[in-house]
Write a protein that binds this ligand. Structure first.
Ligand SMILES: [Zn+2]
Length: 452
């Protein structure tokens, strides 16, 4: 049978405002190219003050000139009818840097607001145990479905990529469903999947590492980058942190870890005492000799040289530590999870001071086990309410370009420009505005959604 050439579709999408190439374009638009065998890309940004919408033959030529289009013929291109979105703002999709999709079916956060951290961990373990009672095949199928449910919720609220922490064996199942595109009706997954490793008991740590070491270097799949996530200083041995750091440095893999999340964690490291120690002892897994680090700086030192490093939460990081981190790793990112931070009732997050000292700040929802929604938009609006004096455009960058860079996806996402991926969100400002402002974008009357 003759090989059918792939068809490429070109479409002009316009809106009252388009935020592209770092400027707001009034009555602007973008030309998108998509096909069945590739991720949709942006072919042109159209600013009516400079140029009109190019004719089809010009667009076809531009598409053929874009990298990777050698050998394509003009007959393989088809122009779809223009699409006008109306009185809305077309923006690059947001990037949710930190989540655990396996908890996406929690109707509300676990435990209760402002409870102790180890108390909350107990609720997480109880919840996991409940799910774990299902037979194996059913369990993995259910977990994978729950992950997709969470992904759909994110996409609907304007997210285009995620930093997802997955543990074994859910990761194998989810990965397979992403790869096989089992349900074409689902929005295609895009993001970085971090292999979660943990264990203080040496045998458990070793088993965790052996799996992640092999799995994280498997053949990449379309739309997915792999990374490593040593869970947290209270659950992950120093040996395991060293393995992840070494592997991350050698293979340039992104590495994410929860750090300085609670005062209980700091107490465990420095005094080897407190509610977290009691919690670990209760489960028979407290091995103080496997935790060489006596403070957060010791953990950060283990991770020196990891280029794409994400420090999740960092609620209690000191200025000394973040300045030291900045001097050792200018590319490291702090991932602030506003709804989750708020749920635990931690003192004000120091991200403003961190950013002033030159650290990159990105945003994450964390999971539904500690956040009321998986909408990064909700988190962004919460930050705007809590920090009303902060430049709303800077907040927007935290939710987009900073997140894309943190996940190692800056080439594809974070801004609208020629060659980047066509993943957008659409903001309806909710009232008649004669001009766009970042303040009005972040106001509570704005509705944010993904672009279908
Ligand atoms: Zn987390």
């Amino acid at each position: 049978m003759a090989h059918m050439p792939t068809l490429h579709f070109l479409q002009f999408v316009s809106a009252r405002w388009v935020y592209a190439e770092d400027r707001i374009i009034e009555n602007g638009g973008v030309v998108i190219e998509h096909s069945s065998d590739g991720l949709p890309r942006i072919l042109r940004v159209v600013d009516p003050r400079v140029s009109s919408v190019p004719a089809t033959d010009l667009l076809v030529r531009a598409a053929m000139e874009l990298a990777g289009h050698a050998g394509k013929t003009p007959q393989q291109f088809e122009r779809l009818p223009d699409r006008c979105l109306g009185e809305v703002v077309l923006l690059p999709a947001m990037v949710n840097c930190h989540t655990h999709l396996e908890f996406s079916d929690c109707r509300q956060p676990l435990g209760f607001q402002r409870q102790g951290f180890s108390e909350w961990l107990r609720s997480v373990i109880e919840r996991r145990a409940e799910v774990q009672r299902l037979p194996d095949a059913e369990l993995l199928g259910k977990k994978s479905n729950v992950c997709w449910q969470g992904w759909r919720e994110m996409v609907a609220s304007g997210v285009g990529a995620v930093g997802e922490i997955l543990s074994r064996p859910t990761i194998e199942y989810f990965r397979e469903s992403v790869e096989s595109n089992a349900n074409p009706a689902e929005p295609p997954f895009f993001g970085t999947i971090f292999h979660e490793v943990l264990g203080l008991v040496p045998e458990r740590a070793r088993a965790s590492w052996e799996w992640a070491n092999v799995s994280s270097t498997r053949r990449p799949i379309r739309g997915v980058k792999f990374g490593l996530s040593p869970h947290a200083p209270y659950s992950t041995s120093t040996w395991l942190y060293r393995q992840c750091a070494e592997h991350g440095r050698r293979l340039s893999l992104p590495v994410a870890t929860h750090i300085a999340e609670s005062e209980e964690e700091l107490q465990l490291l420095s005094e080897r005492l407190g509610p977290l120690k009691d919690f670990l002892e209760q489960f028979g897994v407290w091995r103080p000799e496997e935790v060489e680090c006596r403070n957060v700086r010791d953990v950060l030192e283990l991770l020196v040289g990891v280029e794409n490093l994400m420090l999740v939460h960092a609620n209690y990081l000191t200025r000394d530590d973040w300045c030291w981190l900045r001097s050792k790793n200018p590319c490291a990112t702090i991932v602030y999870c506003p709804q989750t931070h708020h749920y635990f009732g931690h003192p004000r997050h120091p991200w403003v001071e961190m950013a002033r000292d030159g650290l990159q700040i990105a945003l994450g929802t964390d999971s539904r086990a500690s956040s009321r929604s998986l909408s990064l938009w909700d988190d962004l609006q919460l930050v705007h309410r809590l920090y009303p004096d902060q430049d709303p455009k800077k907040l927007w960058q935290m939710a987009t370009v900073n997140g894309a860079n943190a996940l190692g996806l800056g080439h594809d996402l974070g801004s609208i420009r020629v060659g980047s991926m066509a993943r957008f969100c659409v903001a309806d400002l909710g009232r008649t505005e004669s001009r766009f402002s970042w303040e009005s974008l972040l106001s509570s009357s704005t509705t944010m959604s993904g672009l279908e």
